[in-house]
Each structure stands twice: as C-alpha cells, then as structure tokens.
Design a protein around this ligand. Structure first.
Ligand SMILES: C=C1C[C@]23C[C@@]1(O)CC[C@H]2[C@@]12CC[C@H](O)[C@@](C)(C(=O)O1)[C@H]2[C@@H]3C(=O)O
Ligand code: AKG
Ligand code: FE2
Length: 391
C-alpha cells in the first residue's frame, strides 16, 4: 500500500479545516415558513440573531430547482477543455464571470471547488456572461506550444461545442432566476414590514424593480476528495473559505451533501463565535443577510460569516442568487429607522457607517481577500454618550 505523507499537489495551496462531526450540527436551524401570517416578524428575528434562516413553504416549484441543478451537474461533468472555454480569462483585464476552478476572486484565495458565475441583466442571465448559449462555439485546443501556426500539425484545429452551453441551460437558469427574484421580493418586503418601514417595496424594489440592479447567479461544485480519507482522516479541504456576502441578500440552495458552516455569535458577546454545520435540506433555501443589508439596518441585522468544507466522499452542488442594488445606490441606514430612533425609539439615531454607494463598496470588495472584514473601513468612530464625552 502506498502511504502519502502529505496532501496531493492539487491541494497544496488550499487550507484544511477540522472535518465536521455530527455533533457540530446547528441544533435548530432558524426556519421561517414564508407562507405563515407571522412570517415578517420571524424573518426580522432570525436576521437579527443569526443573519440567516432556512426558508420553508417558499412556493418555489421543485422542478425549477431540479432542472437547473441537472444542467449544472451536466456542465461540471463535461470535459475540462469545454469548461475552460467558458472561463473569464486571467490577468488584469479578466472578467470575474464564467467558469473558474480553485481560484476564488483575483486576490489569491483558493478553494476545493469549481464554479460558474453568471451576471443577471434585469430578469435574465446576461448575454455578455460566458454562459450557456445556443450558438456553436469554436475552440482551439493547443497541443504543441512550440508552434504559432494554428493550422500546423500539433494543433487540434477546431472543435465544435454545443453540449454544455445549450439553450436548455439558459432556459433553466432564467426560470430559476425568476423564482429567486420572486423570493427576494417576498423576503425583502417582509423585512420592511417587520421593521415597520414603508413602503414595503423600499428594499425589494432596489433589487427586483430597478432595471440597473446588480444581481448574480453562482453555481458551485465541490468535488469529493477521497485521497484525504487515509492521509488526513481528521481534516477536510476548505471548499469556500470564510466570508460574508457583500450584497443585500443571498438565496442558497444545495443538494443533499453537507459542508456549509455558519458562525454563530454568543448572545451577549459579539466578539465570540463558533462554527456550526447547517445540515443540507434540498427542499428549502437558506436566506443569507449580506453586508449591504447590515448597513441599511444600521447593524440590527448581521451579515453572517459562512464557509464550505468539502466532503471526502460526495459531491456538493450549490446554486446561489445574490441580490445587489444598482451601482449608484446609496448604502446607508434606512431613514425611517434613524428618524424613529431620533423620536425616542430604542434604536441608534446616528449611522454606524460612513456613506458609500454600492458601486464604491463593490469595487473595494473585489480588491479584498475573501476573509477580510469588508465593512471595517466604513465603520464610523463610535461617539461616547454626550454626558461622558464632556466629563
Ligand atoms: C475574494 C473575493 C471573491 C469575491 C470577491 C472577493 O474579492 C471578495 C468577496 C467574494 C464574493 C463572496 C460572495 C459571492 O460568492 C461573490 C461572487 C461576491 O459577490 O463576493 C464572491 C466574489 C467572487 O467570487 O468573485
Ligand atoms: O456553496 C455554498 O454552499 C456556499 C457558497 C457561498 O457562500 C458563495 O458562493 O458565496
Ligand atoms: Fe457566500
């Protein structure tokens, strides 16, 4: 038997975390029945305490989910050259969209995953995303780097590819996006209702009514990593390192493979958190509070830190919709929350954050490392209460 002393080369730059054990499971994942009359206050409670919740009785047709998941599985199972042909390229002019493998973002973060990141234009996958399209694509596979003539021996000249990037994929993705936009509207209206903010479309419209809103769809595949079973029985590769999502809201679906973990804060000590596993439930969705919603609620909601640990034996496939506003949208606490505080409510009446637009925040976010606290540079110095300041 061959005994490997260290992880295989493909894993060398990927951090390892202690493999989850059944005892790490979050007892009682906060769940909200979106069809129940009291749902708005349940949504607010969960977003305040945890920064995420499991949406059940959400009204999304299981067929819509299954069609896109099947297409995602088919895409990730296609030959590497076919997937690479949908990459956004490397270097300063590269696009973050399209297929990627192990690299997350542009700043050196690595994970045991491959993904397809697609831009959404209003209510459809953007035509400019290197996403499934019906047209035939020409791909030149370079076999011999020493020749510069495409048609010389040593090149496989032209391959037609129709399989993975088909109209079927695009239709499935568009149908899914439409369901996610519907759920984003429902949840963000509930947030406004639950916080007593009117009109109830205040937040929802930024994501689903504004034609310039910034929405993304991301399909992630975490391949199994069986080699580690024998070498590092207590460790698993990081699939997606710890981070918060920058947008207002993310809606996550996964297949039945575990791996997602969230940071749960102590009730009375904000600096203390522990990582717990969220058991997969393909019949539900996980709604995640993003940094922008944390700011718009002046820190009442928290953007939850989460990460994915790859499974040694099973593939995990997840599909995430990210709802962000238009680039020019000002990201600041909702006026009514501050006004109410000024009129004697129990909330803070000053913003905890410097003002910024989503475009400014996004630009800074894309220069940051995955695990950075992206809101820290925007935090205002907390003023001590007036009486103490003059003491
Ligand atoms: C390292 C990075 C990847 C990321 C952009 C960033 O610079 C920091 C935020 C990352 C994140 C996390 C949530 C989403 O998966 C994502 C698409 C996003 O909007 O912010 C990713 C970005 C990415 O993968 O490009
Ligand atoms: O794949 C998952 O379960 C989570 C992925 C994630 O957090 C992300 O893409 O931002
Ligand atoms: Fe995330």
């Amino acid at each position: 038997m061959v005994v490997l002393a260290k992880p295989p080369a493909a894993l060398e730059q990927i951090s390892m975390v202690r493999s989850p054990s059944p005892g790490d499971n979050l007892a009682g994942v906060p769940a909200v029945d979106l069809s129940a009359p009291g749902a708005a206050s349940d949504v607010v409670r969960a977003c305040e305490r945890y920064g995420f919740f499991k949406a059940v009785r959400h009204g999304v047709d299981g067929g819509v989910v299954a069609r896109l998941e099947d297409e995602a599985v088919r895409f990730f199972a296609s030959p590497q050259a076919a997937k690479d042909a949908h990459g956004g390229g490397r270097g300063p002019a590269s696009s973050p969209f399209g297929y990627g493998n192990k690299r997350i973002g542009r700043n050196g973060d690595m994970g045991w995953l491959e993904y397809l990141l697609l831009a959404i234009d209003r209510d459809e996958i953007s035509d400019s995303s290197p996403a499934p399209s019906f047209s035939l694509r020409f791909v030149t596979v370079r076999r011999n780097a020493s020749t510069s003539n495409k048609f010389a021996d040593g090149y496989v000249t032209i391959e037609f590819m129709t399989s993975c990037m088909s109209r079927v994929f695009r239709d499935a993705a568009n149908e899914y996006v439409s369901a996610m936009r519907g759920m984003a509207r429902t949840v963000l209206e509930m947030v406004a209702d639950g916080l007593g903010v009117s009109p109830r479309g205040t937040l929802a419209d930024m994501v689903v009514a504004d034609k310039a809103s910034d929405q993304l769809l991301r399909l992630n595949h975490y391949p199994p990593c069986p080699l580690l079973q024998n070498i590092m029985p207590n460790c698993s590769p990081t699939g997606f390192g710890e981070h918060t999502d920058p947008q207002l809201i993310s809606i996550l679906h996964s297949n039945s493979t575990s791996g997602l973990q969230v940071a749960i804060h102590d009730d009375d000590d904000d600096n203390n958190h522990q990582w717990v596993s969220v058991p997969p439930d393909p019949s539900s969705f996980l709604v995640i509070v993003g940094d922008s919603l944390q700011v718009m609620t002046n820190g009442r909601f928290r953007s939850v830190k989460h990460r994915v640990v790859a499974n040694k034996l099973k593939s995990r496939v997840s599909m995430i919709y990210f709802g962000g506003p238009a680039l020019g949208q000002r990201i600041a606490p909702l006026r009514q929350l501050l006004q109410r505080a000024a009129a004697g409510g129990d909330e803070e009446k000053e913003s905890r954050y410097e003002e910024f637009t989503w475009g400014e925040y996004k630009k800074a976010a894309y220069l940051s490392r995955l695990g950075d606290n992206r809101l820290a540079p925007f935090l205002r110095q907390q003023q001590p209460p007036v009486a103490k300041r003059h003491a």
